[in-house]
Design a protein around this ligand. Structure first.
Ligand code: PMP
Length: 291
């Protein structure tokens, strides 16, 4: 992935994609002092760009560092990158990390670097394909207690257990894994939030130890706009047999129905379909009223 053509925004400049390199003694690599975002552009516009940029800056603050650019500067860089790359439907990956000036757990004076990369990612709105649902395994690892890890930061270090869990699930033929939290409650998938449906009501775990995703909040609003009740609460795995539908939400996942989690079965249905469609409408750039 490091040999593509094009450019990457790197500490305020556009550099050739292949030249956007860092040293092996980078603190972010050794000690996971890195935070990132996952964004998606539809028709040339990043959906909820400012919310993602604000979360990037806040994630850094939680890890004890200040992203050395304002939200306006980061947004402008993102938009310029998309236009220089000639991208319309794309994934955008900003990342901020401590550099290589000092080596050791403490790196108070290391530079905070920022880069933004973007690549083509066609919007995937084949509702029929999506409505088949994906299969999830149950992950071995659990989301940590917020007293153990900075759960509200989209910090690289928190993804170690996600990659392990996702690889283990994929090795067994599943698309992803559902993670419980440290109390044994249902938490989220490895890179997306989870929702369930029972008797026309949506239930989703309270986001008290994992990311309260930007897509999660969007989908909750869309459901409420349709008059569908949404309950945020503690959900135990034993309850999964009582839900009829299940779906994931995330910038990359959008709204993705789930057909299985380990031995539990779900039938993607009317509420999932409604939200798949409503989310697709929501992310499309609003065209000029005249059109
Ligand atoms: N949880 C995790 C672990 C994630 O990586 C993501 C994707 N950023 C989400 C939830 C969903 O967040 P969002 O809707 O903001 O993309």
């Amino acid at each position: 992935f490091d040999q593509l053509d094009g450019e990457i925004w790197f500490n305020g400049e556009f550099v050739a994609w292949k030249d956007a390199k860092i040293h092996v003694l980078t603190h972010g690599l050794h000690y996971a002092s890195a935070v990132f975002e996952g964004e998606r552009a539809y028709g040339g516009e990043v959906f909820k760009l400012r919310a993602h940029t604000d979360r990037l800056i806040e994630s850094g603050r939680i890890l004890g560092f200040k992203v050395p650019y304002t939200a306006d500067e980061i947004d402008a860089a993102t938009n310029e990158l998309l236009s220089r790359q000639g991208l319309s439907d794309a994934y955008v990956r900003p990342i901020a990390w401590r550099g290589s000036e000092m080596m050791g757990v403490s790196a108070q004076n290391n530079r905070i670097n920022v880069a933004i990369a973007s690549w083509q990612w066609p919007s995937y709105f084949d509702p029929e394909q999506k409505m088949k649902g994906i299969r999830l395994d149950l992950a071995q690892y659990r989301r940590p207690d917020p007293m153990t890890a900075p759960s509200k930061s989209k910090a690289a270090g928190l993804y170690m257990i996600c990659t392990i869990s996702k690889h283990a699930a994929e090795a067994k033929g599943y698309a992803d894994a559902l993670m419980l939290d440290w109390r044994g409650r249902v938490a989220e998938a490895t890179g997306a939030n989870v929702f369930f449906v029972k008797d026309g009501v949506i239930h989703t775990p309270t986001a008290d130890c994992f990311l309260d995703g930007i897509t999660r909040r969007t989908v909750i609003d869309l459901a409420k706009r349709r008059g569908i009740e949404v309950v945020e609460r503690a959900i135990m795995p034993e309850e999964l047999s009582g839900f009829s539908e299940c779906f994931l939400t995330g910038t990359a996942a959008e709204v993705t129905p789930v057909s299985e989690i380990a031995d539990w079965r779900f039938t993607p249905g009317a509420i999932s379909k409604r939200l798949v469609d409503d989310y697709a409408d929501e992310v499309m750039p609003k065209r000029a009223a005249a059109e």
